[in-house]
Write a protein that binds this ligand. Structure first.
Ligand code: SAM
Length: 162
């Protein structure tokens, strides 16, 4: 497959997963956490498909398209090893959806980040909350949910908090 087709497939799968995750929480109130602003693509999509939700965004730096930067009140700027525990305490039990897209090229670091996110999130999650992630994250007290049709196994991961 050409690299162009590969990128297109990856992004289509990501969009399909975000759309599916939004659908899965449609009957629940609750806020959304976007972990990994990057250039703001997925943040922009989340706010487009969930215009009435509060979305809080995490990154250690701002490198997003100027139109895809949240206001200061919705931005946790800094290392998630510091900001995510603060947010979990602040939003105790109020989070309906987490989208985590912080994968790097470093597998060991990815595993460390995934373990940290997994142990930090439960405080923030409401019953029925969805954690959608690019890396496998073991979140206590969650079960796996199926991916949308056509999204290859292990491309994305869905967990639902019990
Ligand atoms: N979802 C984004 C998008 O669609 O544009 C892409 C996110 S990008 C793949 C990953 C982001 O995670 C980077 O912007 C990076 O700065 C951030 N990141 C990685 N490790 C982090 C950490 N420990 N703390 C805060 N941000 C981190």
């Amino acid at each position: 497959m050409s690299r162009l087709n590969s990128v297109i497939r990856r992004l289509q799968a990501q969009r399909d997963c975000l759309n599916a995750a939004a659908e899965m929480i449609k009957d629940q109130d609750g806020i959304v956490l976007e972990v990994g602003l990057g250039n703001g693509r997925t943040f922009d999509h989340l706010r487009e498909i969930m215009p009435d939700r509060e979305i809080y965004v995490f990154d250690r730096q701002i490198a997003a398209h100027p139109k895809c930067i949240p206001d200061d009140d919705h931005l946790f700027l800094g290392d998630i090893f510091e900001t995510l525990p603060m947010a979990a305490e602040r939003f105790k039990g109020k989070v309906a959806l987490v989208h985590s897209d912080v994968g790097t090229g470093d597998e060991d670091l990815n595993a460390k980040i995934a373990a940290f996110i997994g142990q930090t999130l439960p405080t923030a999650l409401m019953t029925g909350a969805i954690v959608a992630s690019d890396q496998k994250i073991d979140v206590p007290n969650t079960i796996a949910e199926p991916l949308p049709e056509g999204v290859p196994k292990d491309r994305y991961f869905f967990r639902r908090y019990q």
